[in-house]
Ligand binder design. Structure first.
Ligand SMILES: Cc1ncc(COP(=O)(O)O)c(C=O)c1O
Length: 373
């Protein structure tokens, strides 16, 4: 018997989307499609592939622990978007998940509290529980949007950090500029704001707030971005944050010396330069989203309009309908994501795929609906 803290015992392990190979092996299928983990369906950028092949022969060396060229590529990339950031304001990590983990472990201590929304990316709660940090969870609005007024009301002198996810996963909903500005005005400057923009590139609402536009209003902000989504590099694990040099310096003290591997650094540099790949990924997502809206409307299915590369939709009234539909689709080789753990037992989350993948999903989903209607 090993003694561990009650906080560790209370953690239910993160359940990732089922890998394609596992589903094919278990069900004897040959061409399963995965629309479960908000990955990029358009494949890997050819420029990234080429860079990776060239870098393989250097794998006998450790990577650059300071990720010099990668951080410069991040600075340059943001410059092309009119966002001026300095090298020492950039922190890189093994996926944005690790970046968030390090931010929380570095900056919170004792009885300081973290305020965040319910029904947001589950990794936050796992990280906070593992670090035994007190969290205040604020319910979403009835429209499944992060409740900014609720977050403001939850702030106390003990609040050290507020974590915001925009657009939110798994709902795909977003809080608009006016709401964000309201929060920035209401929250004391010393409270650290984590602004998780993992799906930034897919957001197309005119009033969607880009965290980079607000850094002056609230310097203690940590904007998190990832290469896992629009840049199509989930498998390589690369994310980054932009914050103050002070916060980045403290986070650098806590991270592992080589927390972004050599291939991730090389891939990231190439990915930031491949604007055609990014443009196409955004276009494919937009087209897929419009197709799915149209089909869900035709089928009379309730869904949440999304600012990400995924959608939450309501399968039926029965509490088991999410799980039943998931199983049905799985046996047809379509892997989607159950969201009962987020409090949506009769909903599912679908990552937006390629045209044919979306059509295959709709075909089998319609078949399933006939079994319950
Ligand atoms: C809102 C949000 N933040 C962060 C992450 C972590 O992404 P990664 O660690 O792959 O960068 C995800 C992954 O799905 C996410 O949905």
């Amino acid at each position: 018997m090993v003694k561990v803290g009650d906080n560790i015992k209370a953690i239910s392990p993160y359940k990732p989307g089922k890998p394609i190979s596992e589903v094919e092996r278990e069900l004897g299928l040959t061409s399963a499609i995965k629309l479960a983990s908000n990955e990029n369906p358009t494949g890997v950028s050819p420029k990234v592939k080429e860079a990776l092949i060239n870098a393989v022969s250097e794998l006998n060396y450790y990577p650059d622990g300071n990720a010099y060229y990668l951080k410069n590529a991040i600075v340059e990339y943001h410059k092309t978007k009119g966002e001026e950031i300095k090298f020492e304001e950039v922190f890189v990590g093994n996926g944005s998940n690790e970046v968030i983990d390090i931010a929380i472990r570095t900056l919170i201590k004792g009885d300081e509290e973290v305020v965040l929304s319910e029904q947001g990316f589950v990794a936050y709660e796992l990280i906070l529980k593992a670090a035994d940090i007190k969290m205040k969870l604020v319910p979403q609005t009835k429209d499944h949007v992060v409740d900014i007024d609720g977050l403001i009301a939850a702030v106390t002198p003990k609040t050290k950090m507020i974590c915001l996810i925009n657009p939110n996963n798994p709902t795909g909903t977003y809080y608009p500029k006016a709401q964000f500005e309201k929060l920035l005005k209401a929250v004391p400057q010393e409270v650290i704001l984590v602004v998780d923009e993992a799906y930034f590139d897919f957001a197309d609402a005119p009033d969607y707030p880009n965290g980079f536009d607000y850094r002056n209003m609230h310097p203690n902000m940590i904007i998190c971005r990832t290469l896992s989504k629009a840049f199509g590099l989930s498998g390589i694990r690369l994310g980054y944050a932009v914050s103050t040099p002070e916060i980045v310096d403290y986070m650098n003290r806590v991270r592992e010396p080589f927390n972004t591997n050599l291939l991730a650094q090389v891939a990231g540099i190439a990915a930031f330069k491949d604007t055609d790949y990014l443009k196409n990924a955004i276009k494919v997502n937009k087209e897929g989203k419009e197709y799915l809206y149209k089909e869900f409307n035709r089928l009379g299915i309730e869904y949440l309009p999304t600012q990400g590369n995924f959608m939450l939709f309501k399968v039926g009234e029965a509490q088991t309908s999410g799980r039943d539909c998931y199983d049905y689709l799985l046996h047809k080789g379509v892997i989607v994501r159950p969201v009962a753990n987020y409090g949506f037992p009769n909903w599912l989350r679908l990552s937006i795929g390629l045209k044919e993948q979306n059509e295959t999903f709709i075909k089998y989903f319609e078949e399933f609906l006939k079994t319950i209607r």
